[in-house]
Design a protein around this ligand. Structure first.
Ligand code: AHG
Ligand code: MN
Ligand code: MN
Ligand code: MN
Length: 335
């Protein structure tokens, strides 16, 4: 092969990896990638256009929507519906599932956080898009039950980070790969051929402001114990560094690549945790697990949980498997 081999694109990777049984998944991924390209541009120019600031509306979560929450949601619902492969979509920004008119062709259900970390947009801190994909249940034409499956039933998950570069990280169940947007080609090209999370890390990532009410109700706050051990390790070694930007995609991307832990525990304000199971916890847990890490709610692996509602929340600790195991042991001794 000549010396001018080009980098693999997301489409080429997906077509190569998806078995015949997952037909339509490459086209679905291309529709997500198209949406992410549009969102990347809108995010980068938010300060110059009218897409910065609040939309003046609230979503079902009771959050003030940013204009980019709404724009990102509209773009992705449009590109996914046009892919022809999606029968049902759950989005953070929609109270109810969206049933597309791909009744006969749609084989997949998609769960979406179209704009994650939206409170950071106006100060140009990295934000992202998170997605997960389920195959419809046998014989289904697209119902809510198709997307109320355990996290481990996902066949694909990923995120797009709108940061110093635009990076789309995805797993089809055979490891984790990353693609960086080549703005000249307009293509996501392979930049991280095989992402694996170190077994142990030197960073912990958590909103320390909530520490007085972490693990709402548990007798001795295992999360607080864990964080104190990050600061003063039992073995007398150096403390872990604290890194927290308040965008799950940014905090998880750093954790996935560098190791350590990202934690959003239950607290008084969010007694079941703040992060949504379907379109934040599951996709990130899928990716970290595929990269050799682990993800727990403190008492069980996140991916074994089954949501009762499409916006159900969960506590989460994910990252390097040795660090996550230490967190779990503190929870089990707290029961
Ligand atoms: P979203 O912008 O999609 O609503 O998600 C925000 C989430 C997540 O991105 C981040 O990890 C977390 O909120 C930060 O919460 P705090 O500001 O309470 O730390
Ligand atoms: Mn939100
Ligand atoms: Mn989010
Ligand atoms: Mn969001």
């Amino acid at each position: 092969m000549g010396g001018h081999a080009l980098r693999t694109t997301l489409s080429q990777y997906a077509r190569r990896v998806c078995e015949a049984s997952l037909e339509g998944l490459p086209v679905l991924l291309e529709s997500i990638a198209l949406g992410c390209k549009v969102i990347a541009e809108a995010t980068k120019t938010a300060g110059l256009s009218d897409s910065r600031g609040g939309a003046g509306t609230q979503n079902i979560q009771g959050e003030e929507q940013k204009k980019l929450d709404v724009i990102s949601n509209d773009v992705l619902l449009d590109t996914l519906s046009k892919s022809g492969n999606v029968a049902v979509i759950v989005s953070e920004e929609n109270e109810l599932p969206i049933f597309t008119d791909n009744k006969t062709t749609g084989k997949y259900g998609v769960v979406l956080d179209p704009m994650d970390g939206s409170s950071n947009i106006d100060c140009a801190i990295p934000v992202g898009t998170i997605f997960g994909v389920y195959e419809l249940l046998p014989g289904s034409l697209g119902t809510q039950e198709d997307v109320l499956q355990a996290g481990e039933k996902m066949i694909c998950a990923g995120y797009c980070l709108y940061g110093s570069s635009t990076v789309l990280v995805v797993s089809l169940g055979v490891g984790v790969v990353g693609f960086t947007l080549d703005t000249v080609l307009g293509e996501f090209v392979l930049s991280h051929p095989s992402i694996s999370t170190p077994d142990k890390g030197c960073v912990y990532s958590i909103n320390e402001g909530n520490s007085s009410t972490w693990d709402a109700g548990l007798p001795d706050q295992p999360t607080l114990k864990y964080v104190n051990l990050c600061k003063v390790p039992k073995d007398g070694g150096p403390p872990k560094s604290l890194r927290y930007i308040g965008s799950m995609v940014g905090d998880v991307h750093r954790t996935l690549l560098y190791g350590g832990v990202f934690i959003y525990p239950a607290d008084k304000k969010s007694p079941k945790g703040k992060l949504r199971m379907l379109y934040e916890c599951f996709p990130m847990a899928f990716l970290v697990t595929q990269a050799g890490g682990a993800a727990t709610d403190g008492t069980m692996p996140i991916l074994q949980k089954i949501p009762n509602g499409i916006h159900e929340r969960s506590p989460i600790c994910l990252g390097s498997k040795i660090d996550v195991q230490e967190y779990v042991e503190l929870f089990s001794s707290a029961q």
